[in-house]
Design a protein around this ligand. Structure first.
Ligand SMILES: [Mg+2]
Length: 271
């Protein structure tokens, strides 16, 4: 593990920049809530100018790539929708590979529903192959009861990601997929399968989408137990940024270490 600080000049930064592809976590890496983090706009421009292959990746399954592109545009960065990858897209690809043209009962938003339709799935609230849960403000008691009924009838329970909370403006939190799926899990005794981080499946399907090899790919994230572990388990180069949820002193508490630790994404372009 190499710690690189702003102002350091080192060969390692150039080595990272020479990689062919970048998978970049969003919250805590390029923005917090609705404000951009230091260097995010420059890094995004550099990816384009350098003709890198890249995906901005989020464990949330709520928004479509187009909605994510619009969110970044409101913050002042223009990124085409083809450069976003979500746990909803990974879930849809996973289910389509397991059971082509299957059906699902979904508690989720457009990000998930659109992804499933595009993967050849139909919506079914009678006898679906899968019950799929993701973040949504449309969550309610009637839907929980329906999901429980369908899982008891034999549908397989899937969560887009295991996160229990998500960030919102003002430092508050909202329940995320792991918390929303809990009542269905407890009432049925079913164990959900989660596709999003830290499942390395999400990283592997991301690099498949952009057509690169794992050894040519760098993962940049701010969370040890999701971004870094899934990067390590999919054998990619890992960069932990200190601009999000992890402080330098916490890194040693983990059994695994990132290849590089950098203060913020802008530092990657220096030295
Ligand atoms: Mg993050």
């Amino acid at each position: 593990m190499k710690i690189i600080r702003s102002g350091d000049t080192c060969l390692e930064l150039a080595e990272i920049r020479e990689k062919e592809a970048f998978i970049i976590d969003m919250d805590g890496v390029i923005y917090h809530g609705n404000h951009l983090l230091t260097g995010a706009a420059d890094f995004s421009a550099w990816l384009e100018k350098s003709e890198k292959k890249y995906l901005f990746l989020t464990n949330s399954g709520e928004r479509t790539p187009r909605e994510l592109s619009e969110k970044l545009l409101r913050m002042g960065i223009s990124v085409s929708e083809k450069h976003f990858y979500t746990s909803a897209l990974a879930t849809a690809q996973f289910l389509a590979s397991q059971r082509p043209n299957g059906s699902a009962y979904v508690i989720g938003n457009a990000g998930l529903i659109n992804a499933l339709y595009e993967a050849g799935y139909s919506m079914n609230d009678i006898d679906p192959d899968y019950v799929v849960i993701s973040e949504t403000p449309e969550y309610n008691f009637t839907k929980i009861c329906r999901a429980i009924k369908l899982v008891r009838k034999g549908a397989t329970l899937i969560g887009t990601n295991p996160d229990t909370t998500g960030p919102v403006e003002g430092g508050d939190i909202v329940p995320a997929t792991g918390a929303l799926i809990a009542p269905i899990q407890m009432a049925t005794g079913a164990t959900p399968y989660y596709v999003g981080k830290p499942n390395p499946l999400m990283m592997r399907s991301a690099i498949k989408q952009i057509g690169v090899r794992r050894e040519d790919t760098v993962i940049i994230g701010d969370r040890m137990n999701t971004d870094i572990i899934s990067g390590i388990e999919s054998e990619m180069t890992t960069v932990l940024l200190l601009s999000g949820v992890t402080s330098e002193s916490e890194i040693q508490n983990f059994a695994y270490q990132p290849n590089y630790v950098i203060d913020n994404i802008g530092t990657l372009l220096m030295g």
